[in-house]
Design a protein around this ligand. Structure first.
Ligand code: M6R
Length: 592
């Protein structure tokens, strides 16, 4: 939700670096963008509506600057509302990621005191509050610390001061990472923003700020006001992982990367797996899997995996609903968060509740150094590499892989889990060949007919939560109203919507549910449905068949998702949509 960048150096013009970085943060928001640079004691601003990769913008001078790519929360998509925002003197400019919950009362007071506002954003109060503190005699660092204690809500912002030539970055709940290289300093919401320049990074923690006056940033603790020493970390990501390369879209690249990501996900510390498995087995007051969106579906899938592999009852709850269950929590409860970004606001809030009740926290994450990893007792990184497309694909299957491994660890059979996943990875490698992709593309072209407004996906057992995830994928990328159902549920209501030609995708695994789900497919076929079978075997009720490997139901949790991801992708492409950046969405949802 919004991407922010700051850049300091002595040799280069800042704007090309800032815009290059913002293009890589575009997945965080793409309504509008803007920059502020510092030159000869003056701040220059440039803002535009639209995506930075598609819209022209004017040059502004300076070697130090900040930038922002927006996902609108407060105020519509207008130039006035796009960042950066300035104070009344024009000497302070700010970019911000997050929400200021108490901005209305603060703005009211500032307006009463004569401050002039130009936007409807919550952000604009920050430069004005800084202006107020500077006028009271505080320096920039003291002013930023003071106001960070007034602002409510989760946020991070970067301030540029034309008077002192300083830049200050502060983190209070939203991610900020510094990148260092010789005589250059980068600050960004996510590492890919500067990965082509440096791999030496410093993670800012909540309640910390960085002051940048030269190539050596200084760090401070907001609570004590004291200077702190931060550790420089060398990350081993490579630039290609964060680039599209020859692929038309990140989404396709990330789908194809699943040839390797399952193996990368299996690469977990065995001692930690055993330790966490013991925690799960000993959690006498329940195990809760929580996540949002696709990650919530992964948690639902986990319920079936644990039941089947480890004969264990775990609970799954969408993180945004977790508060309703807080009375069940105690120190004997285990909460397992599943998240690609590790920054999703609803999950972070749920984890805070869990922590306040003394529950232990485990997280299954992709982004290293994220907020969730910082509050977890144990973290499993899924090692999928940067996932840039808004629609999650490779992170989803890697999360499922880690969950499968964990469930095998709970039953004392890690090696069996590894073997299953290794074999599955080989099957996926075979599956993702050009002919397979072409076959799914052809089906997508047929389904992209504008008469297709609704689509259903059905599955039983583990393929029921998979049908729910399939619906998310199809909806977010192709904008077709897709709904997932347990196969047996359709006849209790939704079957009323089936008419001649309604597409129904049937998810089949080589398991005990096979005969029943095929009967359910028959029920809708008899009412005119057009059946796409995702199954290891063809069947004469399928109008189209997408072959999947012959794996057990646990393996099908990964194998059956891959054709769905490809189908969603090709549907979006056939309909002419920008599948990497679906409308109204952002990769990382850092607001409640
Ligand atoms: O970063 P997270 O995994 O916590 O994100 C959770 C959801 O916002 C995310 O899965 C979302 O539903 C995706 N757009 C699905 O493809």
């Amino acid at each position: 939700m919004c991407g922010i960048i700051g850049y300091w150096n002595i040799d280069n013009e800042a704007l090309p670096i800032l815009s290059g970085a913002l293009k890589k943060l575009e997945y965080r928001g793409y309504d509008s963008f803007g920059f502020a640079t510092l030159n000869n004691g003056q701040i220059y601003i440039e803002k535009q509506i639209g995506k930075i990769s598609e819209v022209k913008y004017n040059n502004i001078p300076g070697r130090v600057g900040i930038g922002h790519t927006r996902w609108a929360t407060h105020g519509g998509v207008t130039k006035q509302n796009s960042h950066p925002h300035k104070d009344c003197t024009g000497k302070i400019a700010v970019v911000h990621n997050g929400i200021i919950e108490n901005f209305q009362e603060l703005k009211r007071r500032l307006v009463d005191e004569g401050h002039k506002f130009l936007s409807n954003t919550d952000t604009e109060i920050i430069p004005h509050l800084i202006e107020e503190k500077l006028a009271s005699g505080l320096d920039l660092k003291q002013s930023v610390i003071k106001i960070s204690k007034i602002l409510k809500g989760r946020n991070a912002f970067i301030v540029l001061d034309a008077e002192t030539n300083e830049m200050i970055a502060i983190r209070n709940g939203s991610p900020l990472i510094l990148g260092l290289k010789d005589k250059e300093v980068f600050i960004a919401s996510d590492i890919p923003a500067f990965l082509d320049k440096t791999k030496e990074v410093i993670y800012l923690d909540d309640g910390q700020l960085a002051v940048i006056r030269n190539e050596r940033p200084e760090f401070y603790d907001i609570n004590t006001g004291k200077r702190i020493i931060k550790r420089l970390i060398k990350i081993d990501w490579n630039q290609n992982q964060a680039e599209k390369g020859s692929y038309a879209h990140f989404m396709l690249k990330e789908i194809i990367e699943q040839k390797n990501t399952i193996v990368a996900a299996i690469n977990q510390d065995e001692t930690q797996l055993v330790r966490v498995a013991r925690e799960i087995n000993n959690a006498t007051n329940g195990v809760f899997f929580i996540g949002c969106g696709t990650a919530a579906r992964v948690c639902h899938i986990a319920e079936y995996i644990f039941s089947k592999v480890a004969n264990k009852r775990i609970n799954y709850i969408p993180a945004s609903e977790f508060e309703n269950y807080k009375h069940f929590l105690s120190p004997e409860t285990l909460v397992i968060a599943v998240s690609q970004s590790g920054e999703t606001a609803d999950v972070l809030d749920a984890l805070k509740i869990a922590k306040s009740k003394g529950a232990k926290i485990i997280s299954i994450l992709n982004v290293i150094g994220s907020s969730m990893s910082r509050i977890s007792d144990y973290t499993f990184h899924i090692n999928a590499g940067p996932e840039k497309a808004v629609a999650s694909t490779k992170a989803t299957t890697s999360q499922i892989a880690v969950i499968i491994l964990l469930s095998y660890a709970c039953s004392g059979k890690i090696k069996d889990g590894e073997k299953l996943l290794m074999e599955l990875s080989g099957e996926i490698n075979d599956m993702l060949n050009p002919r397979y992709q072409e076959h799914i593309k052809n089906i997508a072209t047929i389904l992209s007919d504008e008469k297709v407004q609704n689509m259903f996906i059905i599955g039983r057992g583990i393929n029921y939560p998979l049908s729910l995830e399939s619906a998310i994928k199809i909806m977010e990328v192709s904008y077709i109203n897709a709904q997932g159902f347990a196969g047996g549920e359709l006849k209790h209501g939704p079957i009323a919507l089936i008419e001649n030609g309604t597409p129904v995708i049937v998810l089949v695994a080589d398991d005990n549910d096979k005969a029943k789900i095929l009967s359910n497919a028959m029920e809708v076929k008899s009412r005119g449905a057009y059946i796409i079978g995702i199954s290891p075997d063809n069947n004469n009720i399928f109008d189209y068949w997408i072959k999947t490997p012959r794996v057990d139901s646990v393996g099908s949790a990964i194998a059956n998702l891959i054709p769905i991801q490809l189908l969603s992708y090709y549907l979006g492409v056939a309909k002419g949509y920008n599948v990497d950046y679906p409308k109204n969405l952002a990769k990382s949802v850092t607001v409640n």
